[in-house]
Design a protein around this ligand. Structure first.
Ligand SMILES: Cc1cc2nc3c(=O)[nH]c(=O)nc-3n(C[C@H](O)[C@H](O)[C@H](O)COP(=O)(O)O)c2cc1C
Length: 439
C-alpha cells in the first residue's frame, strides 16, 4: 500500500486532521495528551444525558460521509434507546468505493479518534456492543485499530465500567469479505452475520431491524471520527463551518490525473477548482482537466466547465451529481470518456450481487453495448439502448444503490459528453487523438 499524502491548504478549518502529523498520534497516551483525546467521551458519559449527545450532533448538522449524506443526529434519534434487548453500533469501514481512501487515512493516523467516536455513539443510542466491519484488504488499518482498541480496553474506556459508570462498552472487529457490495449497509449486515453479502429490502431500516434483527446504528468511519470534535467544540460551533445545509469539513480523496493526489480536508462549500487545481496541483504539465467524478466513481461526472461547482451536497445535487464518499477522480484530456465509462460499467456489472434483476441484467447489457460501440459496430440503436438501460437502473428500481451507480455512470457521461459517444457510435472514431474508435 502506498503512503497517502496528508492534507494541506487552509489548515485553520481542519477538524479531523488537525493533529495528524503529531508523532505517535496513534498511541492513546499521545492522543490524550496532545489532541485532547477521550475528553469528549468522558464528557458524554459523565456530564451529558444520551439525548443531549444526539441533540448536539443534530445541532452540528453533520451528515453521513459514507455516501448518502443522511443527517447523522437524526439517524441516531431513530434508535429507540429504551427498547429492551441488545442494540448495536455497526461501523462501515469497508471503504469499497473506487477513488476513496479517506477512512484508511483516518484509521492509520488517528485510530483512537474513531474508537472514541464509536463509544460516544454507542452510549448515545443505548448500545453496549459495537462492530467495525473493516475492508478485508486493509491490513495496516486493521492492525492499528486492533492496537487502539487494546489500549482503550487496558485504560478501561472499553470494558464493564468506563469512567466508573455502570455502562459496559465493547468494540469488536470483523474483516470484510472483499466485494464492493459489502459496503452497502444491509449487505454489510448480512455479511457480518456470516451470510452472503446481498442487500435486504427496506423497510425495515437497520435502525429498527439491523444486525441480528436488532436496532442498529450504522455509520461510516469518518462520520463517527467527527463526533469527538463536535462534542469538544460544540455542535453550534461546528455548524458555523461549511454551508448552512452541509456544515463542517470533509475529507476528499483526490486521485487520477493530478500532480498531488492525496487526502485533503476541505471546508464544505469550497469549489472543486480549489480542490483539484490548488490543493491537488492540477493536471500534469501541458494537460487540461477534462472531467471529474466529485464523489467516488458512483457520482455522476462533471465536465471541466463545472469546476466552480462547490463541494456542498446541495450544489452537487443542483449539478445533478452528489458528494457520495468524497472520492474526487480527475481525468485529463488525453483520456476517452466512453472507454472510461465502459471500464466502470465492467466494474459495476462484475460487482453486482445478482439479487435483483435490473442490476444483474442491466449491468451486463450495458457492458455488451459499450463493447459493440468500442469495436466500431455502434449506431444510434446502441446509444438508445444505453440510455434505456441507464433509466432502468435508477430511481429505486434496484434493491440498493449499486444499480443506480451503474446507471449514473452512463447517464452523467452521456449528458456531458454526448458528442464523444456519437463520435464512437455513429462515426466510428475516437475524438481523443482522432484515432479509430476500436484501435
Ligand atoms: C454499493 C454500495 C457500496 C457502499 N460502500 C460503502 C462503503 O464502502 N463505506 C461506507 O461508509 N458506505 C458505503 N455505502 C453507503 C452505506 O450503504 C451507508 O449509507 C453508509 O455507510 C451510512 O453511513 P453514514 O450515514 O455515516 O454515511 C455504500 C453504498 C452502496 C450502495
Amino acid at each position: 500500500m502506498t503512503e497517502l499524502r496528508g492534507s494541506s491548504g487552509d489548515a485553520s478549518h481542519h477538524v479531523l486532521t488537525r493533529w495528524f502529523g503529531t508523532p505517535d498520534l496513534h498511541r492513546l497516551e499521545t492522543y490524550a495528551s496532545k489532541a485532547g483525546g477521550y475528553t469528549a467521551l468522558r464528557k458524554a458519559m459523565l456530564d451529558m444525558a444520551p439525548a443531549d449527545i444526539t441533540n448536539e450532533v443534530k445541532t452540528s448538522g453533520l451528515r453521513g460521509r459514507g455516501g448518502a449524506g443522511f443527517a447523522t443526529g437524526i439517524k441516531w434519534s431513530f434508535i429507540n434507546r429504551d427498547a429492551p434487548g441488545p442494540k448495536y453500533v455497526v461501523v462501515n469501514a469497508d471503504e469499497s468505493e473506487p477513488g476513496t481512501a479517506k477512512d484508511r487515512y483516518i484509521l492509520e493516523n488517528s485510530p483512537h479518534m474513531v474508537v472514541e467516536g464509536i463509544l460516544i455513539a454507542a452510549y448515545a443510542v443505548g448500545a453496549n456492543q459495537a462492530w467495525v466491519y473493516i475492508r478485508g484488504e486493509y491490513d495496516r488499518p486493521y492492525q492499528m485499530l486492533t492496537e487502539a482498541i487494546e489500549e482503550a480496553r487496558a485504560k478501561g474506556y472499553i470494558g464493564p465500567k468506563p469512567f466508573g459508570k455502570d455502562y459496559p462498552l465493547d468494540i469488536r472487529l470483523y474483516r470484510g469479505h472483499g466485494a464492493y457490495i459489502c459496503g452497502e449497509e444491509t449487505a454489510l449486515l448480512e455479511s457480518l452475520e456470516g451470510k452472503r453479502a446481498q442487500p435486504r429490502s427496506r423497510p425495515p431500516f437497520p435502525a429498527v431491524k439491523g444486525a441480528w434483527g436488532r436496532p442498529t446504528l450504522l455509520n461510516n468511519v469518518e462520520t463517527l471520527a467527527t463526533v469527538p470534535a463536535i462534542l469538544n467544540m460544540g455542535g453550534a460551533e461546528y455548524a458555523k463551518l461549511g454551508t448552512a445545509k452541509s456544515p463542517g469539513t470533509r475529507l476528499l480523496t483526490v486521485s487520477g490525473n493530478v500532480r498531488k493526489p492525496g487526502v485533503y480536508e476541505v471546508e464544505l462549500g469550497k469549489t472543486f477548482r480549489h480542490v483539484i487545481m490548488e490543493l491537488a496541483g492540477g493536471p500534469p504539465e501541458g494537460r487540461k482537466v477534462k472531467v471529474f467524478w466529485p464523489g467516488g466513481s458512483s457520482a455522476p461526472v462533471l465536465p471541466e466547465s463545472m469546476l466552480d461547482t462547490t463541494t456542498d451536497m446541495e450544489a452537487l445535487a443542483a449539478a445533478r451529481s452528489m458528494g457520495g464518499s468524497g472520492g474526487v477522480i480527475v481525468m485529463d484530456d488525453t483520456h476517452c470518456v466512453v472507454k472510461a465509462a465502459h471500464r466502470l460499467l465492467k466494474f459495476y456489472a462484475y460487482e453486482s450481487c445478482g439479487k435483483c434483476t435490473p442490476c444483474r441484467v442491466g449491468g451486463d447489457w450495458a457492458v455488451r453495448t459499450y463493447e459493440r460501440i468500442l469495436a466500431g459496430q455502434g449506431s444510434q440503436v446502441e446509444l438508445d439502448i444505453l440510455q434505456r438501460v441507464s433509466d432502468g437502473l435508477q430511481n429505486g428500481r434496484c434493491l440498493c444503490g449499486l444499480g443506480d451507480s451503474a446507471g449514473w455512470v452512463i447517464d452523467g457521461t452521456l449528458r456531458h459528453f454526448r458528442e464523444e459517444y456519437e463520435d464512437h457510435a455513429l462515426r466510428h472514431e475516437c475524438n481523443v487523438g482522432k484515432v479509430a474508435a476500436h484501435a
